[in-house]
Ligand binder design. Structure first.
Ligand code: SF4
Ligand code: F3S
Ligand code: FES
Length: 235
């Protein structure tokens, strides 16, 4: 089969504004969008720029807007996007500055991530053994541990598009992972951060984030749990 890959291109040194370029590519139904991007870069146009690393849905570096929806280029199959001769659109994720083609500046995203203190906080004396917790305690923050920081959720959120200062769903998922960890002692500090005007109250329960997550994390549900924790100042 073949498909037409319509890619949003922007070269900051040559273009005043972005434009579309379409490439006709021979492929198999089981190929992924990343395979086609690689084919174009390696054999057709080496100037095409995008991020990717693991190619197996683990590193989170190749989130893109594919056929109008945020997805990982290395996970989505051609047969799920187009029929033989059909067209697939590929654009950069929204709300972050485009550096070139499909590559965006991720720094504001990671700045928000760092702002929620995404690390274990506990100044108690180090115990002789492990810091034990029950299976139920572990279960409370399990979903957040699956996050690969791909930004598909944050860059699909309409609140983030209009206000880049909103910490965004990915940061809240990361905060959730530690707030609900019974071994962590940084809860009130994080709840205060999330209670600020860049925090959880910006969320209007649009659900785009949940639909976009390639790890099937119930993002909105986690945000609602954090909202309750912020409201009652306890978990
Ligand atoms: Fe990506 Fe899902 Fe994590 Fe958001 S919650 S950054 S969509 S893995
Ligand atoms: Fe945005 Fe998700 Fe809330 S899309 S408004 S963070 S439910
Ligand atoms: Fe790592 Fe797609 S290249 S998640």
């Amino acid at each position: 089969m073949h498909v037409n890959l319509k890619i949003h291109r922007f070269h900051p040194e040559q273009d005043k504004k972005a434009h579309w370029e379409t490439y006709k590519v021979e492929c198999e139904p089981g190929d992924r969008v990343l395979d086609l991007l690689n084919h174009i870069k390696w054999y057709v146009d080496p100037t095409l720029t995008y991020r990717r690393s693991c190619a197996h849905g683990i590193c989170g570096s190749d989130a893109m807007l594919i056929n109008g929806r945020n997805r990982l280029a290395c996970k989505i199959l051609i047969k799920d996007l187009a029929k033989d001769g059909g067209t697939i659109t590929v654009e950069p994720i929204r709300g972050l500055k485009v550096e070139k083609d499909l590559l965006v500046d991720m720094e504001p995203f990671f700045e928000s991530y760092r702002a929620v203190l995404p690390f274990f906080i506990n100044d108690d004396p180090v115990p002789a053994g492990e810091r034990l917790q029950t299976q139920e305690d572990r279960e409370r923050f399990d979903q957040g541990t699956k996050c690969i920081l791909c930004a598909a959720c944050t860059t699909s959120c309409p609140i983030f598009w209009v206000n880049g200062r909103y910490l965004g769903p990915a940061s809240i998922v990361q905060a959730h992972r530690f707030i609900f960890d019974s071994r962590d002692k940084g809860t009130s500090e994080r709840l205060n951060i999330l209670n600020q005007n860049t925090g959880v109250w910006r969320c209007r329960t649009a659900y785009n984030c949940t639909e976009a997550c390639p790890r099937e994390i119930p993002v909105t549900q986690l945000i609602e749990e954090v909202k309750r924790a912020v409201m009652y100042q306890q978990v």
